[in-house]
Design a protein around this ligand. Sequence first.
Ligand code: HEC
Ligand code: HEC
Length: 468
Amino acid sequence: MSKSLNLLMPALGGAAIVLGAAYGLSTRDYRAQEAEMAQTQAETATARAAAAEEKAGAASEAAKTAEARLAEVEAEAKSAVDAATEELEALKTRLAQAEEAARNASSGDAPVKVAADTGPAETPAAPEGGYGIGRAALPEEVAAWNIDVSPDGTGLPVGSGSVEDGERIFSENCAACHGEFAEGAGNWPKLAGGDGSLADEDPLKTVGSYWPYLSTTFDYVHRSMPFGAAQTMSVDDTYAIVAYILYSNYIVEDDFVLSNENFLDVEMPNADGFIVDDRPETEYAKWRVEPCMVDCKPSVEITKRATVLDVTPEETAAKDVAAGGGASSQDEAKVEPVSAETPSAEAPKAEESAKAETASADPELVAAGEKVFGKCKACHEVGAGAKNKTGPELNGVIGRVMGSIDGFKYSKGFQQAHDEGRVWDEAAMAEFMANPKAFMKGTRMSFVGLKKDEDVAALIAYLSTIPE
Ligand code: HEC
Ligand code: HEC
């Protein structure tokens, strides 16, 4: 027994030892041990159960906390949504009010504008309910920004001011920088002088010498001066200041009073010194045509396929044709002049017939046919050593039995034509070339066909020159 155990040990390792030990134990010992083990297991199980219970308790506690938190968050979210909705409603109401006010303002008498009919610029329509940010500008706010004055007087507010008042106001608000007579203090800008200097190397550009529109002066002063205290000048003060700047430039007399009514009568010395860019009206139309974007062609027609584009002219092939056919017929062509020079009755008969055929072919037509064959070259080879490509080689195809090239896998139609012994004569070839799919149902040749009859004729003339 111990011998057999020894034999087992190296083979089964640890498992064998355990087995052997168990075998050696007395039955009773074994029972007692079993009972002990069972008890231990029971104890472990109880302990585990207790632990699990504890864990479950903790988990349910956690679940409760989570639930409570969730409810809290939900409540918070709801009140946030409520608040937002309320705010949105309030904004909508205000927007409606503002729009109403804007309508009233633009149709009525609100801002003091000479060109009242143009009114404040229309605000572009926001999508329903707004963009969700900010609020609609109040009409007063729009009016406050809408202070631009155009050369034609649009936007000029009603008002007036004299040179006399202007001298005082200018002295108080502007002279510190622009000089008592608008001649400029130190390096501050000069607002007067410089007449006739525009063509000089160092021109002096002032309101008097350079500015074409008086409206720019009014707009500029009203909008941005005094420097650092912009928009503090009233409308009337601005009229007075502009009058004074005109006076400083000897454009008006000292008793002049400027108002929105005589504003456009003032002639600025350099009014004609600018060229109005009229290219958008006069030239742009000549340069560009509105591009067609929709339904630009009544029908779509595929005119070419990449596979049949003969993009690489083969020079050698062209030479071959000039010589009267493919590579192998070149030899014959060479023979021909020789035999012509030395007429001999020894010319082989086979060559005689070949010559007759070549001679009957119009060289121009053959050359044209060679060009047409360019469309076939992607799939067909001719000449010495021609191999099957996508399509079978076409040496001597005119007069050949259809589907007869060994090792080329023809479609069923051509296999059948072969079995029936049908031959490629000129008529069949012409029909096939004009519409391959119509001639041979189910043909694997994906070629649209030749549209022009003269191409078909030329091609056949060319193919006829190619010997087997
Ligand atoms: C603190 C100095 C200062 C004061 C005061 C001041 N300006 Fe100016 N002004 C400037 C400066 C600087 C410029 C040039 C601003 C620029 O080019 O951006 C300027 C430009 C101008 C121009 C345009 C000149 C040009 O040829 O481009 C005019 C017109 C003008 N000021 C008028 C006035 C009037 C009218 C007042 C008084 C109501 C005034 N300024 C008060 C500093 C001043
Ligand atoms: C895109 C490839 C492709 C082009 C281009 C193409 N062919 Fe084919 N051609 C084939 C295939 C493939 C077959 C075999 C058709 C079949 O089995 O149905 C075939 C068959 C033929 C056959 C029958 C040959 C035989 O042994 O019976 C002729 C003749 C032929 N082509 C002539 C032309 C000519 C001429 C042109 C040019 C005007 C041309 N093919 C252009 C692929 C082409």
